[in-house]
Design a protein around this ligand. Structure first.
Ligand code: VGL
Ligand code: ZN
Length: 202
């Protein structure tokens, strides 16, 4: 059985948002069309407290997109984004949400970032997503959403190590950086993921 994972399709990652992904809104019609082709649709939601340590605003003298060390892990410092309870953290209104069976929130611990929908960046805590999918009988995971080079990429990598067959929907993702997108795709392909188009899903 196959599941569609909708990664972080939230206002702050869309045009006008605080961490807008270029052309992020272009994926929404693609994703809406895809959803009925799946037995199960699950979403992730980046859900930070306002003092989250991935925010440049929490580090005196640092700027947005600086890279720093956060408890031994390399951390890109982001603009404040997806703060719990704010409009920026909501899913896009254009996203069809009525088929979403479960939402996994991540990034709630102020001390550690969480790009993947499965684990935090230190792989210390599980969100429960892998067990949830296995419990539903899922063997194939298709990924769509934002950003292609961060949360979609890390979610795909964890899905592979959790033993799922992984399909990265190239036209249903958009990246923060073009270079990051190419690297993410090459790495995932090397690890055994399949790069597919939404039109391949029938
Ligand atoms: C994301 C940066 C920071 C993402 C989340 O959803 O790709 N990127 N937080
Ligand atoms: Zn975040």
């Amino acid at each position: 059985m196959r599941a569609l994972l909708l990664i972080d399709i939230q206002n702050d990652f869309l045009p006008g948002g605080s961490l807008a992904v270029p052309e992020g809104d272009a994926i929404i019609p693609v994703v809406n069309k895809l959803q009925p082709r799946f037995d199960l649709v699950v979403a992730t939601q980046d859900w930070h407290p306002e003092n989250h340590k991935s925010f440049a605003s929490q580090h005196a003298g640092k700027s947005v997109f600086d890279v720093t060390d956060l408890n031994g892990l390399e951390q890109v410092l982001w603009p404040d984004h997806c703060v719990q309870g704010t409009a920026g953290a909501e899913f896009s209104e254009a996203l069809d949400q009525h088929r979403i069976e479960a939402i996994f929130r991540k990034g709630t611990d102020p001390a550690i970032d969480s790009y993947s929908g499965f684990y935090d960046n230190g792989h210390r805590k599980s969100t429960g997503l892998a067990d949830y999918l296995r419990g539903k009988g899922v063997t194939e995971v298709y990924l769509a959403g934002l950003a292609a080079d961060y949360c979609v990429y890390y979610s795909a990598k964890d899905a592979l190590t959790e033993g799922f067959s992984v399909f990265y929907l190239e036209d249903a993702v958009r990246a923060i950086s073009g270079d990051g997108f190419e690297k993410a795709k090459a790495d995932l392909q090397e690890r055994g993921a399949h790069l597919v188009q939404s039109s391949d899903v029938v």
